[in-house]
Ligand binder design. Structure first.
Ligand SMILES: [Ca+2]
Ligand SMILES: [Ca+2]
Length: 278
């Protein structure tokens, strides 16, 4: 499956076309987990399990540069990726949208080129694939982030070929894609979830449970305020403290499932916060 996507993306390398104005720019964020690492240069210090995150920006009115009605190829404005403490960025590359192309495959991909790390062959890919061909009905560029639940393949690849000195290949799995409001929205979701838990608590321990849950919610609100004033490091500290407090309540005022859900949501939010370091 991965080889099929890679072939599709490599196929989608192309000539430049002039882009008319009337820009409405969208920034999409993504995150995920590293699966395998080959780093012959020993530059990335990344290991399997390391979290990665990145973003790309595009104009929703960007024209399709490919006449094939089953394949849309759209120049993006920028693409950057951070894996652990290793960051690369480029302004060169494209988004592609495949509708039943080839062999009944729907796919959404973003490719960054020319990272100037090793040379012009440097590439980073996001590759979402749907082998049921239900994700797209055309090759039009979706203005919103793709819904990854529609894709059975969610691949990420850094492919840097530094011919004589060695290669870097980092494979990963995408776990989330969303727009720029994501950290705030996710934090609000956690607040709402805790409010719901408060409403469900029953006597005889209701008072103690409500006090504990309000204290947890206060940490989430602290994190939210910190995010809103761009104090990323404070937001992360609040969320880490929140995780500790949730773990202490696991099996007490929270069920283990409730606690695990809140902790995994906090982990997910930490990855989205721009200042987070794995
Ligand atoms: Ca097309
Ligand atoms: Ca389709």
């Amino acid at each position: 499956m991965r080889r099929q996507f890679l072939g599709l993306i490599l196929f989608a390398i192309a000539t430049t076309v002039s882009v008319p104005a009337l820009a409405q720019t969208v920034t999409v964020h993504f995150t995920g987990v590293v699966d395998t690492v080959l780093d012959q240069l020993n530059k990335t210090h990344v290991t399997p399990g390391t979290l990665f995150r990145g973003q790309y920006t595009f104009d929703i009115s960007t024209p399709d540069r490919d006449g094939d009605p089953t394949l849309g190829r759209y120049v993006h404005d920028s693409f950057s990726v951070t894996v652990g403490n290793f960051t690369v960025a480029t302004r060169s590359g494209e988004i592609f949208v495949a509708n039943a192309h080839p062999d009944g495959l729907d796919a959404y991909g973003v490719r960054g080129d020319n990272f100037a790390f090793c040379g012009p062959q440097d590439k980073v890919f996001i590759m979402l694939g749907d082998n049921t061909s239900s994700a797209f009905n055309s090759d039009a560029l979706p203005p919103n982030p793709p819904d990854i639940s529609q894709f059975n393949a969610r691949d990420f690849l850094i492919d840097f070929r530094c011919d004589f000195s060695g290669d870097i290949r980092i494979d990963g799995t995408i776990t989330a894609i969303a727009d720029t409001n994501s950290p705030q929205e996710l934090l609000w979701n956690v607040c709402s979830e805790i409010t719901q838990l408060i409403s469900l608590t029953l006597p005889p321990n209701k008072f103690a449970a409500v006090v504990s849950l309000l204290a947890l919610q206060a940490e989430v609100l602290n994190a939210l305020r910190a995010v809103e004033i761009n104090n990323d490091s404070a937001a992360i500290i609040y969320l880490k403290y929140f995780k500790i407090q949730v773990a202490l309540q696991s099996g007490k005022h929270l069920t283990k499932d409730q606690a695990n859900s809140l902790i995994s949501q906090a982990d997910n939010i930490i990855v989205w916060i721009p200042g987070s370091v794995n």
